[in-house]
Ligand binder design. Structure first.
Ligand SMILES: [Fe+2]
Length: 208
């Protein structure tokens, strides 16, 4: 019989999840800050359908809760670099973070999209209504490889075309920005509030 000598998984897509230790207090402060911003701005329309999307870079904000989340996002991004075995040292990288808040009321969702030009994209969950089994408020990732429909016949895990997750408040997920993702409509009465961000690296400028 033929001897199997090797089995390799090539070109995998890392998706990471973290949990903020102080999420209850942090989320309360972020919701309050979100309400304050919404009173001042109607927001902007991007991938969100229904609901509110903050304008500009949320991480330019001065409130302590936004600075705290920016620190957590920075920590997550560099932890992810370590986890994937990145060999470029942290000191050789300048990190740019751009963040915004999404609030999806009942029926609100985000259409499929990617974040071209960034490296990691992340979502921090501020409020995620508890729901019965179903897809309400779930984020779904779509496998970026081509010709996958052809493999459906095998029902093999490495060639599943989609993967959905329903993170909890206080969770932060991180994934490569090239990955197509979208959010199922929120079926709950309460709003689903998340803060999304893009992390982009450039070579660090030489410091004198
Ligand atoms: Fe996104």
């Amino acid at each position: 019989m033929l001897e199997a000598t090797r089995y390799e998984k090539l070109f995998s897509t890392p998706v990471l999840r973290f949990r903020a230790p102080d999420h209850a207090a942090l989320n309360a402060a972020l919701l309050e800050e979100g309400a304050r911003m919404r009173a001042l701005s109607d927001g902007t329309h991007k991938s969100n359908r229904g609901g509110w999307h903050s304008e500009g870079n949320l991480f330019d904000g001065k409130p302590a809760c936004l600075r705290r989340l920016r620190d957590l996002a920075t920590e997550a991004v560099f932890a992810a670099n370590d986890r994937i075995g990145a060999t470029t040292p942290r000191a050789a990288l300048d990190l740019k973070l751009f963040a915004w808040m999404n609030a999806n009321p009942k029926g609100g969702f985000n259409a499929p999209h990617t974040h071209p030009g960034a490296h990691w994209s992340g979502v921090y969950y501020v409020a995620q209504p508890a729901v019965a089994p179903g897809n309400s408020g779930m984020i779904e990732f779509v496998d970026p490889r081509s010709d996958l429909p052809n493999w459906r016949i095998l029902k093999a895990p490495p060639f599943r075309m989609k993967k959905k997750l329903r993170p909890q408040p206080g969770d932060l997920i991180l994934f490569p920005s090239y990955l197509v993702h979208w959010v199922y409509p929120n079926e709950a009465e309460e709003e689903r509030v998340s803060i999304a961000f893009n992390a982009t690296f450039k070579p660090a400028k030489a410091r004198k």
